[in-house]
Design a protein around this ligand. Structure first.
Ligand SMILES: Cc1cc2nc3c(=O)[nH]c(=O)nc-3n(C[C@H](O)[C@H](O)[C@H](O)COP(=O)(O)OP(=O)(O)OC[C@H]3O[C@@H](n4cnc5c(N)ncnc54)[C@H](O)[C@@H]3O)c2cc1C
Length: 571
């Protein structure tokens, strides 16, 4: 039986005591998209599931991606047909059925520079890309564009050497919001989801071999408890090797980290009505429309630093600007850059190859499942787009020796929370606006973020009309969304709200530091924080932003630092 899928941060105590007292079929370690997907897959098969996440849902790679749900055009060139085929199927399933409120089609213009040879080559690739999608088409077919057509859609492109363009379609998503929604859907199927809880030891049964659960630590208090489970599933992304070490096992693969950096620039800095993808020496560069901004990236370099807070360097930003400026008529400057963020790809390498010389651009994006000892299944690699298949495969491996029949995965038939009935709720947006006495634009903003759950946010506004106010000037987020992040989305700290429940960290020139105090006040009212605690929580966010942005000097002069200093004095 499904429940309502509410993750209420105020109920954290009850969640932790369930972890300690119940016996689970599956314990999932890691609350990125893979772990959230595994929890949903297992819970929807009728299994008793717990998920522990050391920090916040999606705080690892799953909030730092290019935010594309795509087949991966460039993998066709690497003849990775299986990966492309599977990813396209998943893309279409998400757009049409599982998450139409979160995953939306997006067009990409692919400029051509070599007369004669390039068009047939790219055209054939795109024809194959489209053909792999099958006959039901939730996203449009690709098109050929002349030079004039290309410049009309993307006046920002330099006409020099331009020989025409192709236009094709993929999809995009708010990666952190999607991960959260998958975790909430798992909770709706009775999974216990606990954040800021780390697995610190894996337990063995009486035979000394089978893994039978984990000792976990509440990172808020340091308190440790034991979670008993028939199988443990490791979905720890770039932390996977460390979790294998906790278990004292050697898995058949290791994870190699590759850093990818994106910059964020204002929409008016690049005049184009479509996303763009351009070739670089090593790979490709995307210009991805993101509300009033562009996300531009990415890089692909080996990484061995701090997994939790990978920082971008001056060289990363210079590389992206140089690659972008090769195709733009009006170059992007450092002062155009609003934000920079870095993420780590958890690429799989054979055990001996982890530190090898194979460039990370060439390492497989396919996923690998391993069962190094009974009771322990682990997965790494893959892509955000294919999380549902990854989840299915790792849960299949985990339950294979349960000695009883476990139903097959059903997630291909299960719309995520907020998806069911979306068309009707969208059609009634005007009526909702009247009923709740808010502007229609507010309802549409909420529908785009919460789907049919938008009414839950509107209910908070009805109870406290002050929450209808915008949180930050020039951004569509409402104060009610901060409250909702606590009462329904398990936000425990200011950074959970500003970095992941909403995306001011990457969307605002001050990274959201200017509203950290306000967010802390709204959260504090609900979570019973003292004045001192509220100031400390705001301060904690400022420190985190400062740590994440140590590297490149970006943006208009010293604006972000001025805000940071001001907030420091206030806090
Ligand atoms: C720059 C970049 C761009 C990308 N772009 C795309 C894209 O456009 N499309 C696409 O499909 N894919 C993309 N990807 C890939 C995709 O983002 C990743 O494959 C995916 O997010 C990995 O998710 P995950 O759950 O495996 O790992 P993560 O999201 O990192 O989750 C692992 C979690 O495990 C937790 N954890 C670790 N140790 C413990 C412990 N001991 N106890 C409890 N919890 C623990 C961590 O805190 C973390 O939250 C991109 C990746 C990068 C880096």
């Amino acid at each position: 039986m499904a429940t309502n899928g509410v993750l209420d941060a105020r109920e954290r105590g009850a969640t932790l005591s369930r972890l300690a007292t119940e016996r689970f079929d599956v314990l999932v370690i890691g609350g990125g998209i893979t772990g959230a997907g595994a929890a949903l897959d297992a819970a929807s098969r009728g299994l008793r599931v717990a998920l522990v996440e050391a920090r916040d849902l999606a705080s690892g790679t799953s909030s730092r991606s290019s935010k594309l749900v795509h087949g991966g055009l460039r993998y066709l060139e690497q003849f990775d047909f299986k990966l492309v085929y599977e990813a396209l199927r998943e893309r279409d399933l998400l757009v049409s059925k599982l998450a139409p409120h979160l995953v939306r089609p997006i067009s990409f213009l692919y400029p051509l520079y070599k007369k004669v040879v390039e068009r047939p080559y790219v055209g054939a690739g795109l024809a194959l890309y489209d053909a792999m999608e099958g006959t039901r088409r939730p996203v449009p077919h690709h098109r050929h564009l002349t030079v004039r057509g290309a410049l009309k859609m993307a006046p920002a492109l330099s006409p020099t050497r331009l020989a025409g363009a192709m236009l094709y379609y993929d999809a995009q998503v708010d990666d952190a919001r999607h991960t959260l929604t998958v975790a909430r859907t798992a909770a709706a199927h009775r999974a216990v989801v606990a954040t800021r809880v780390s697995a610190v030891e894996l337990l063995r049964g009486p035979d000394g071999i089978r893994v039978t659960g984990a000792r976990v630590r509440d990172e808020e208090t340091g308190h440790e408890v034991t979670v008993a489970a028939e199988a443990v599933v490791v979905c720890a992304g770039v932390w996977t090797d460390l979790v294998h070490e906790l278990a004292g096992v050697r898995a058949g693969y290791r994870v190699r980290m590759s850093k990818g950096v994106h910059i964020v620039v204002p929409r008016e800095a690049v005049r184009a009505d479509t996303g763009m993808i351009v070739r670089t020496e090593k790979s490709v560069l995307f210009f991805i429309p993101w509300g009033e901004r562009w996300i531009v990236g990415t890089t692909d370099t080996d990484f061995s630093g701090d997994r939790a807070e990978p920082a971008a360097t001056e060289e990363d930003v210079d590389y992206i600007l140089a690659a972008a400026n090769r195709v733009l008529a009006q170059p992007l400057r450092r002062s155009d850059v609003i934000a920079v963020y870095a993420g780590l790809r958890p690429l799989v390498a054979a055990a001996g190859e982890a530190n090898g010389s194979k460039p990370t651009t060439k390492l497989s994006r396919e996923h690998v499942v391993d069962v190094p000892v009974p009771g322990l299944a682990s997965i790494a690699g893959g892509k955000f787009t294919t999380y549902r298949l990854m989840a299915r495969d790792v849960v299949d491996a985990a339950v294979a020796d349960f000695g009883r029949e476990v139903p097959a995965s059903v997630t291909d038939q299960m719309p995520l929370l907020g998806a069911d009935g979306l068309a009707a709720v969208r059609a009634g947006a005007g009526r909702l606006a009247e009923d709740y006495r808010v502007p229609r634009a507010t309802v549409e903003h909420l529908l785009d973020r919460y789907g049919t759950l938008a009414g839950e946010v509107l209910d908070l506004i009805r109870a406290d009309p002050g929450l209808a106010q915008p949180l930050a000037d020039g951004h569509p987020y409402l104060r009610a969304e901060v409250a909702y992040a606590v009462t329904h989305e398990n936000a425990l700290h200011v950074e959970d709200v500003l970095m992941r429940r909403m995306r001011l960290f990457i969307e605002s020139a001050d990274s959201g530091t200017g509203v950290a105090g306000e967010v802390s006040t709204i959260m504090g009212r609900l979570l019973g924080w003292s004045r001192r605690r509220r100031a400390a929580e705001a301060r904690r966010y400022l420190d985190l932003v400062a740590a994440e942005q140590t590297a490149p000097a970006i943006g208009p002069a010293t604006a972000p630092r001025a805000v940071l200093a001001g907030a420091t004095a206030a806090g």
